[in-house]
Design a protein around this ligand. Structure first.
Ligand SMILES: C[S@@+](CC[C@H](N)C(=O)[O-])C[C@H]1O[C@@H](n2cnc3c(N)ncnc32)[C@H](O)[C@@H]1O
Length: 446
């Protein structure tokens, strides 16, 4: 156990402290200004991980938590402070990791709701202290323990009620034991159409028997699914998925557009803020109507269809086939005729896309947290869009990607952070890059 002072917050959300000798510790649960007693976990030569066991002297910024919630670690700071740290972290990633300058950081867009804003939850089943069935989230750092949750403060009352209905129905069934890798009940995925009030429920189990009629009667939702998987890992993807009752897709709305969402497809988890995020993307796109646009990592077509009414043509590229089918259906649903969508891996398909459709004027890029590989960045440079709007959920991967684009001749113009995830360290941002006066070219060929 060490007594430490927390100096700052690292990317990812942990507090940063240093011993007198300058050794760095990343301390889970620490707020800058706290004096804490911390238990040290994994230790490496350059740094160690630790966890707050006791706050000896609280930081002036520390506030009492609202809810016992492992998914809301930053609730111990006022929301204004969370926003300040997030804006600083975006700037820090670009300057320090990307070694970039000459760009404008615009004021962060705050979230509309500080609590109960999420539209999707992946709960886990487990056993409580008395051996009772529980359905909640993994306890921080403890992969086998599930924290039961009656009122999840990131969820609407409707979602909480659905979780209670499923839990009541499942009483008596065996939860998955992550140590023994045995048991039946694994996860519960609940999605809510925040603008339509629709709900989608998917139970994930090991292969086995389920009282399907009883399950349908017990759960009051618009689409009920059952996935059976023999996978030993903790995952909600894969397996065999069957629609038990209701509609195969959830319907939600962003701005004036309607979207069908299949269970396997990505949809921004904060619907109200997705509207604001796409408004920033639209503004940065600066479309005048003549442009050919590529939307790489297009999901169910939300950004592509938001831009389509202002562009000549939009093409989406996405790896998850049901999401591509949703995107095609969504274009039809919204009567948008100048958008098409392809299923493919952006790493492999971009060259073919340029051959089939010609070079784009604008590329919108919205990859997963891992960002883009150096190779895909080179493919984007080969496609030579004069503008790039990069929507990122991880500034530490945006930074090296933006640096590579700058090296190829783009200029990073501006970045606007958007807070989609209050009470958590996660931060979204939109960056605008424009081709410089000498054009763009990969410095080295592959
Ligand atoms: C952050 S989401 C963005 C989706 C969409 N732009 C939106 O706002 O809803 C990233 C998307 O990239 C897709 N994806 C992941 N890897 C991919 C790849 N190698 N090629 C194409 N799409 C990929 C995911 O399935 C997901 O739909």
């Amino acid at each position: 156990m060490l007594e430490l002072t927390i100096d700052s917050l690292a990317h990812g959300g942990n507090g940063v402290a240093r011993t007198e000798g300058g050794y760095v510790l990343f301390v889970a649960g620490g707020v800058p200004g706290d004096r804490v007693k911390a238990e040290v976990g994994k230790a490496k030569r350059a740094y160690a991980e630790a966890r707050v066991v006791e706050v000896v002297e609280p930081s002036p910024d520390r506030i009492a938590p609202v809810a016992d919630h492992p998914g809301a670690p930053w609730q111990v700071m006022p929301y204004a402070k969370q926003l300040e740290v997030k804006a600083e972290q975006v700037e820090d990633a670009l300057r320090r990791i990307g070694k970039l300058d000459g760009f404008e950081i615009e004021p962060i867009v705050p979230a509309e709701q500080e609590w109960r804003y999420r539209n999707k939850f992946e709960f886990s089943f487990g056993s409580g202290p008395e051996g009772e069935l529980v359905c909640g989230f993994h306890a921080p750092g403890r992969w086998n323990d599930i924290v039961p949750m009656d009122d999840c403060m990131l969820a609407s009352e409707k979602v909480n009620e659905l979780r209670r209905q499923v839990l009541k129905f499942c009483n008596g069934l065996m939860p998955w034991d992550r140590r023994d890798q045995r048991g039946f009940l694994r996860n519960l995925v609940i999605r809510e159409g925040r603008m339509t009030g629709q709900t989608q429920v998917r139970l994930i189990t090991s292969p086995g028997k389920l009282d399907v009629d009883g399950f349908i009667d017990a759960v009051d939702c618009d689409g009920l699914w059952w996935t059976q998987t023999a996978d030993l890992g903790e995952t909600t993807t894969g397996g065999e998925t069957t629609l038990l009752a209701g509609a195969p897709q959830l319907v939600d709305k962003i701005n004036t557009l309607d979207f069908l969402i299949s269970p396997e497809a990505f949809f921004q988890t904060n619907t109200e803020m997705a509207h604001k995020l796409y408004d920033v993307a639209l503004e940065y796109a600066g479309l005048r109507g003549h442009e050919k646009v590529f939307d790489l990592y297009s999901g169910i077509g939300t950004i592509a269809l938001t831009l389509a009414t202002r562009a000549r043509h939009v093409t989406g590229l996405e790896i998850v086939a049901p999401a591509v089918a949703d995107a095609i259906a969504n274009a039809k649903l919204n009567d948008i005729q100048n958008a098409n969508f392809y299923a493919g891996d952006a790493r492999l398909a971009l060259r073919d896309l340029v051959e089939a459709e010609g070079k784009p004027d604008l590329a919108v890029i919205d990859p997963p947290r891992a960002g883009l590989s150096a190779k895909i960045v080179r493919r984007i440079v080969d496609a030579a869009p004069s503008r790039i709007v990069y929507v990122s959920c991880n500034p530490t991967t945006l930074a090296p990607n933006a640096a590579q684009l700058v090296e190829a001749g783009y200029q990073l113009k501006k970045v606007r952070p958007v807070d989609m995830f209050p009470q958590t360290p996660h931060i979204e941002c939109v960056a605008l890059l424009e081709a410089g006066p000498d054009g763009v070219k990969n410095p080295d060929r592959d």
